[in-house]
Design a protein around this ligand. Structure first.
Ligand code: HEC
Ligand code: HEC
Ligand code: HEC
Ligand code: HEC
Length: 466
């Protein structure tokens, strides 16, 4: 690139003429206007760019950033627009709902502010279906993140990042030489607030329906300076480009999350113990279960809380192999009924998009009645539980497991009179599903989205006397 020479006015001070004064005035005025209009971000950025302003991930990844590209293709970040449940929820529920209800009309474009940002910026609403293989399929691509220079306002949420596409790619390091493009350091990319621009979301009813970054910022990890990157984009020795330098701390684009069973497993550690270790049939034994969140930097579950379901199942197996289900002892807090498995129906508001105003709903939990559920319910404007975060007008009790929090649950077992003597094994299992099974089945979401991931188990023994 050619540098324009900047020569300060030779020949000393000049007396300003009338013309140059008015030019100066105009320049000052334009500068003031430019400062008042901050670059468009969030909803205001719709249609302000074109697809051609951004390179494709294939371009970045095929010959230069090969390893990072391969990692990204394995992460959900590359499938935000194409993944089956995203496609089903957007095209079957969100788009038709937006076309029927003025209050939520904005989500037809807005979902893609986070899921297919380049299509949103190009004003492509709705983008073609994933099968048509358009540029929307790039999802959250290299260029989405590596053109970001900051965010608008004081709280990151609803895709309020500021994009500055062009030949300069923003990254974590200074003074790099790249044969393909210029680079500049963006300290913002290395902050949790950057992730928060998409990982915090407010519904059209002004309710926080996604708050992973806010949960983190109130928790212990933020205070210790442990950022999202430290658990989701970990560092290892290596190159970041084929011809590039070796670094001791190359940022890995892993983004392990809910779609990596290994990330979810072991998140919560369990211990269950009885109050007495020997008992006779007819007696009462109380079991206490401790659940410790040792792994997440935010609550568990986080993010798509309306979809996820985490529940503890406790079973006793007697010496003759008979199985007894133990129900959790209620604690009596407000809204607790949403945290204990029941056979109620919910999610009636799916009927709006589906054109079935009298839709009776599907099973609220699809887990054994009486099991403790760790969740925060979302309610539609009619007060019914919803999985449509854009149709969320209020939130219920927050009974999720916070970072490093321990929750205690108790289970009272009135031993049946005919309980056989010998060891009674009591096992607690914490289960996780990315999507409530009844909803997944109803909408024909492939079963992998509703499969059970066992987070952890623990067992104890009580000796039953003859
Ligand atoms: C101390 C480590 C740690 C930190 C810090 C951390 N996470 Fe996580 N995160 C995890 C673990 C473990 C999981 C898997 C369990 C789960 O799904 O919540 C997870 C899950 C997730 C999920 C999937 C959640 C779900 O239930 O669908 C998202 C999204 C996520 N993290 C984003 C973030 C963001 C954004 C930040 C920073 C604001 C962050 N994480 C900070 C450990 C961490
Ligand atoms: C969701 C946002 C996001 C996406 C998508 C993304 N990156 Fe990054 N990338 C980051 C962040 C954040 C960092 C810096 C991490 C830090 O500060 O520790 C980074 C760092 C890098 C670095 C420098 C690594 C280092 O350690 O110096 C390169 C090179 C890079 N990314 C290339 C790519 C390419 C190529 C793609 C697409 C295949 C891509 N990125 C996709 C967020 C992203
Ligand atoms: C441009 C928006 C955007 C930005 C910026 C962004 N994400 Fe995401 N992220 C998403 C979307 C959308 C998904 C949902 C993918 C899907 O469809 O399941 C997601 C999913 C995830 C997941 C869950 C993956 C899984 O297996 O389910 C993790 C973990 C995650 N992001 C971490 C981060 C971290 C860490 C940062 C900051 C370095 C970040 N994200 C920045 C949009 C973004
Ligand atoms: C502010 C950014 C943002 C907006 C706006 C947004 N999403 Fe998301 N979405 C995310 C992030 C981040 C995740 C990942 C959360 C997690 O992993 O728990 C996600 C997850 C999802 C998932 C779950 C994916 C899975 O496989 O588990 C679906 C489905 C989804 N979004 C659909 C939509 C629809 C439909 C809209 C519009 C009504 C929308 N999203 C609007 C950021 C956003």
């Amino acid at each position: 690139m050619e540098q324009t020479q900047c020569t300060p006015g030779a020949g000393g001070a000049r007396v300003p003429t009338k013309l140059s004064l008015s030019v100066l005035g105009l320049v000052l005025l334009l500068a003031a206007v430019a400062m008042a209009q901050s670059p468009p971000a969030g909803d205001a950025a719709l249609g302000t760019r074109s697809y051609d302003d951004y390179e494709t991930p294939g371009f970045c990844g095929t010959s230069c950033h090969v390893d990072i590209y391969r990692q990204w293709t394995q992460a959900m970040m590359s499938q935000c627009y194409t993944h089956h449940w995203d496609e089903i929820e957007y095209f079957k529920l969100a788009v038709p709902h937006a076309e029927k209800d003025e209050k939520v009309a904005g989500v037809k474009a807005g979902c893609n502010g986070c899921h297919a940002p380049i299509s949103f910026l190009a004003g492509d609403v709705p983008p073609p279906h994933p099968a048509e293989n358009s540029r929307a399929n790039e999802s959250v691509s290299c260029e989405v993140c590596h053109t970001v220079t900051g965010f608008a306002g004081d709280t990151p949420y609803n895709f309020n990042w500021i994009t500055s596409p062009g030949n300069i790619k923003y990254g974590p390091r200074e003074n790099l030489a790249s044969p393909e493009h210029e680079t500049a350091k963006s300290a913002f990319l290395s902050t949790a607030e950057f992730c928060g621009t998409c990982h915090n979301e407010k519904s059209p009813y002004d309710v926080w329906v996604k708050s992973t970054h806010l949960e983190w910022s109130e928790g212990p990890y933020a205070k210790e300076g442990v950022r999202c990157h430290d658990c989701h984009m970990t560092y290892a020795p290596g190159q970041t480009a084929e011809m590039g330098a070796h670094y001791a701390d190359a940022a890995q684009h892993l983004f392990h999350g809910a779609h990596d069973p290994g990330k979810v497993r072991g998140t919560i550690e369990l211990r269950i113990h009885p109050d007495i270790i020997e008992a006779e049939p007819g007696e009462t034994v109380k079991f206490t279960l401790a659940l410790f969140n040792q792994k997440t930097g935010h609550k568990f579950p986080s993010g798509s809380v309306e979809d996820r379901i985490v529940w503890a199942h406790v079973e006793a197996t007697d010496a003759a192999g008979g199985v007894h289900h133990l129900k959790v002892n209620p604690k009596g807090f407000d809204g607790e009924q949403y945290t204990i498995g029941s056979e109620d129906l919910a999610y009636q508001d799916m009927g709006i998009a589906l054109g079935q105003p009298d839709f009776p709903g599907v099973a609220r939990d699809a887990v054994p009645p009486g099991d403790r559920i760790f969740r925060m319910p979302y309610f539609d404007p009619q007060g019914r539980m919803t999985i449509q975060q854009w149709n969320t007008a209020s939130l219920g009790v927050d009974y999720r497991l916070g970072p490093r929090e321990t929750k205690m649950e108790t289970y009272t077992f009135n031993l049946p009179d005919n309980l056989p003597p010998g060891p009674l094994a009591v096992t607690a299992t914490l289960n996780y599903r990315r999507l409530v099974k009844s909803v997944g089945d109803f909408l024909h979401v492939p079963e992998e989205e509703t499969e059970i991931i066992v987070v952890n188990t623990h067992s104890t023994i009580v000796n039953i006397l003859p």
